[in-house]
Design a protein around this ligand. Structure first.
Ligand SMILES: NC(=O)c1ccc[n+]([C@@H]2O[C@H](COP(=O)([O-])OP(=O)(O)OC[C@H]3O[C@@H](n4cnc5c(N)ncnc54)[C@H](O)[C@@H]3O)[C@@H](O)[C@H]2O)c1
Length: 396
């Protein structure tokens, strides 16, 4: 693919890059996707979404080969006015941001860039990363305009949200800011101008805020249970027709973003982000509490069959990245339980249909509240642990 394109998306087969590429291509831009994932390429070229993203597949089929293309290598950047980066930005084993992949990409990309390009960084990064990227390229002789425009969609609903949500826009130069505003202007949404570090921090604050909210709900749940109280009754008392009682349901707070972004923020704040670390302790501790609930309800788990309904990290999607259902499985196995797993959307080694799981398990634990579980018929004798309240006869 050596035709000139408006936008080259690096990380273009991912959960952020692909939906964005599709909506930009549908808005009439000529978009190329570049990715190192060889497995997804034939699917995308055939117009098939490699993961659940609602409303994406019909649009992908519409634009692929017309305004949306797959690029062959970084050299294609030379022919693209805008280079958008959406690669993953994980934390390492010390919960510190892993910056090496981004800077390795920066080195490989630089020979193909000129100061007429605009690079739009879209991945979630630590405050100061955009500035550091500019300095990195400047030290190698090129002042490449860089915009930082964080992605704020909720996974699964990107197609709708990319056309609705205001876009946070920042940049290292007027050219970068102007180009990014024109780019997102094609989606017909508002833009919000801030500084690059303000944009970086705003994204991390949003994810940390969600993570802390979930942790608060989870700790309330644990406190109520430890007082021998019915949390559903407390939840109803707090929330029924009372707007200020806007508290999420308890449940696993997992996935590839919330914990790692809270830890990115902690790392940027000299590891003094006490609320963030406390939230991690609560959220990561919930599977162990659920195992205690199972033992209290069913006795010793040795030799018992425990079924986990829902292995994805959130409701009605197929993404299992960093799902706490896997931690739960490990803890149950450590107690000697025979663990069965099922998911509506995600495939996994040994996963079985929900009907088989329900039939065979002595104890059923809801890992994630897929909508299909609302209609399950459960044997009367089964012990259920359902923090989300999705099962029809939940005994919580
Ligand atoms: N998933 C979300 O809902 C979401 C929402 C907002 C922000 N984010 C942020 O967006 C970024 C991407 O997240 P994601 O969920 O799309 O991850 P992802 O793993 O789904 O996608 C990243 C893609 O980048 C590709 N890639 C990695 N290195 C590459 C390289 N050197 N060259 C080309 N391709 C490369 C991978 O193969 C993968 O397809 C992260 O910073 C994440 O925190 C994610």
């Amino acid at each position: 693919m050596a035709n000139p394109s408006d936008v080259l998306i690096i990380g273009g087969f991912g959960h952020v890059g692909l939906p964005l590429g599709i909506v930009l291509a549908d808005a009439g831009l000529h978009v190329s996707l570049l990715d190192i994932d060889a497995v997804k390429r034939p699917m995308i070229e055939a117009g098939t979404m490699p993961f659940i993203e609602y409303d994406a597949e019909p649009l992908l089929k519409k634009v692929i080969g017309k305004t949306l293309f797959v690029a062959d290598g970084l050299a294609d950047a030379a022919n693209s006015r805008i280079v958008l980066i959406t690669i993953g930005t994980p934390v390492d084993e010390y919960l510190s941001p892993k910056t090496a992949p981004l800077f390795a990409l920066a080195d490989a990309l630089l020979p193909h860039l000129t100061e007429q390009h605009t690079v739009v960084l879209r991945s979630t990064v630590c405050p100061g990363t955009t500035r550091a990227l500019r300095a990195h390229w400047l030290a190698r002789g090129k002042d490449i305009p860089i915009a930082y425009c964080p992605e704020r969609i909720v996974q699964g609903y990107a197609i709708r949200e990319l056309r609705e949500l205001p876009q946070v826009v920042s940049g290292t130069s007027m050219q970068a800011i102007q180009t990014a505003k024109e780019l997102f202007g094609r989606l017909g949404v508002e833009t919000i101008d801030v500084g690059t570090e303000e944009a970086e921090m705003s994204k991390l604050f949003l994810n940390a805020w969600r993570y802390i909210q979930f942790a608060t709900a989870n700790q309330f749940f644990v406190m109520a249970r430890e007082h021998g109280l019915d949390y559903d009754q407390i939840y109803r008392a707090m929330t029924h027709h009372y707007d200020r009682g806007n508290i999420p349901r308890p449940g696993f707070a997992a996935g590839p973003c919330l914990l790692k972004d809270t830890m990115q923020l902690a790392a940027a704040y000299r590891n003094q982000f006490f609320l963030g670390h406390a939230a991690m302790m609560v959220n990561e501790g919930l599977p162990a509490f659920v195992v205690d609930m199972a033992r209290n309800a069913a006795g010793d788990l040795q030799g018992k069959t425990v079924g986990i309904l829902g292995m994805a990290f959130k409701k009605d999607i197929d993404d299992t990245r960093d799902s706490l259902s896997f931690k739960l499985r490990k803890l149950l196995q450590f107690q000697g339980a025979d663990v069965l797993c099922s998911d509506e959307f995600a495939a996994g080694d040994g996963f079985i249909p929900k009907e088989d799981l329900v039939h065979r398990a002595d104890v059923i634990i809801v890992g994630v509240p897929h909508s299909a579980y609302r209609d399950l018929t459960l044997p009367a004798k089964t012990i259920t642990i359902d923090l989300w309240g999705v099962l029809p006869i939940a005994k919580r």
